[in-house]
Write a protein that binds this ligand. Sequence first.
Ligand SMILES: *Cc1c(COP(=O)(O)O)cnc(C)c1O
Length: 229
Amino acid sequence: MTITDNLRIIGERIRAAEQRYGREPNSVKLIAVSKHQPLTAIQEALQTQQYAFGENYVQEMQEKALALALNDSCIEWHFIGPIQTNKTRPIAELATWVHSIDRLKVAQRLNDQRPSQLAPLQVCIQVNLSEEASKSGVAFYEAEALAHQIKTLDRLQLRGLMAIPAPSKDVAVQRQVFRRLRELKDQLNQQSFKLDTLSMGMTDDMEAAIAEGATQVRIGTAIFGARNY
Ligand SMILES: *Cc1c(COP(=O)(O)O)cnc(C)c1O
């Protein structure tokens, strides 16, 4: 199977899940997670009009953006990894989206460093839905306070919430966890927020995420195969 084949199959799976779960056609966007994949893999995906790529490591995103900038300025970089405060500048300068904001300090720095000639950075708050499994993400009950703080930063546009649940093979469990993120978004929207994004679903839980309202799925392995560490 080539990357081109995999992208076609994932596209078909997303469209089928939209239909099965009563979602609007084309309401789920595919982010191709290219971390630890070579430039050639991204170039093959670009041939199929896949333009949104997810990266976890600042330096890797910088190197790839630099290498591809001349020919492929249509690329949309999504930063999805943990963010160190001292590495925000390249993210502010290169990314269109940041999915992994989990504290005010990082949000403030991204806001201050976002170049004025670029559109505001589109951001999601990463919420830690399964505390024991991961250290990343703001605690569920702290998300609302962070959302209010981000709202005051005019170079950031708060679009929604992101989560990486603990892996489970049980689709009912997968759905239950994603549902909590959707409910949190709905709860914030009942206040003054206008969130339109749920970034949730990876290779092994994509359908469950779409069933529960994902608007962006972040897929690596099913497109590019195993990563080379
Ligand atoms: C690696 C990664 C993905 C992609 O995971 P796959 O299981 O390979 O699809 C998605 N989101 C984040 C935040 C990741 O780090």
